[in-house]
Structures are given as C-alpha cells and as structure tokens.
Design a protein around this ligand. Structure first.
Ligand code: 5GP
Ligand code: ZN
Length: 124
C-alpha cells in the first residue's frame, strides 16, 4: 500500500478489540493494514468480514487523504480472501453497510464477503 494509514483505535469498539487481540477471533487472512475474520452470524455458507486495522466508523468517515489506500485495500483484501476461501470460481458478493439506514450495526468500517453457495436475491 502506498498511502500509510495512521494507527487509530476506539476503546468501546468490538472490531478494534478483535484487531488488538483482546477478543479472540481467528483470522482467515491478514495484511499490514487489514484483517479478515468469519462473521459470528453468517448469512451465507461463507461470510467473511474485511476490517481495516485503523478505526474508521464508516465509509463517510474515511479521511480524504487515506481514501485511496483504504478503498483499494478493502477490495484487494476481499479478493485475496475470496480466493483463499475458494470463492473465486463460482463467485461471491461484497457489501458495505453505512450508518443506520444502510443497516450498519458495528460502527467500524468493514466489508462483507458472502459466498460458498448460490446467494438468494441480488442485494441482500
Ligand atoms: P453490519 O451490520 O455492521 O454491516 O455488520 C456487522 C457484522 O458483524 C454482523 O454481520 C455481525 O454478525 C458481525 N459481528 C458482530 N459482532 C461480532 C463479533 O464479535 N465477531 C464476529 N466475528 N462478527 C461479529
Ligand atoms: Zn474500531
């Protein structure tokens, strides 16, 4: 990644605790700036979460100067994890929920990767 991310954590954030190892959660994949874990309530046979190590609440809160690195990193890490999990041949779905109307429940930016089976609908 060309753009270095500024470290940031939030003490009451569950994903910051997972990133810090304070809450155990096996990592499917990890890079310098991102971790990939399995969703605790999977909505598909395979359901991964790509999480930046830096605390950013949601897409709207990504600092402009860091947007290229975070946006590209989220997608590149999702593709890498999907390949590791064997989701590249048949395909998968990526979702980012933003704030309450977008259905966001954990307010630390993350990208869902769903697959491992044919998915119902086109957006859910
Ligand atoms: P959101 O609703 O914010 O888009 O997605 C948050 C996701 O995080 C949900 O799918 C939820 O199941 C998952 N989640 C919440 N807490 C934990 C946790 O402690 N561990 C893991 N692995 N996933 C979690
Ligand atoms: Zn956080």
């Amino acid at each position: 990644m060309t753009q270095k991310m500024t470290p940031s954590t939030k003490s009451d954030c569950i994903f910051c605790k997972i990133v810090a190892g304070e809450i155990p959660s096996p990592r499917v994949h990890e890079s310098e700036d991102f971790i990939v874990i399995r969703d605790i309530q999977p909505q598909a046979k395979k359901h991964l979460l790509v999480i930046p190590k830096k605390h950013v609440a949601n897409l709207l809160e990504v600092p402009t100067s860091e947007a290229p690195g975070i946006h590209a990193g989220l997608l590149a890490t999702a593709v890498a994890a999907a390949k590791l999990e064997g989701m590249d041949s048949q395909g998968f779905r990526t979702v980012i929920n933003t704030r309450d109307w977008g259905g966001q429940t954990v307010h630390h930016l993350h990208l869902h990767v769903l697959g491992g089976e044919p998915l119902a609908g086109r957006f859910a």
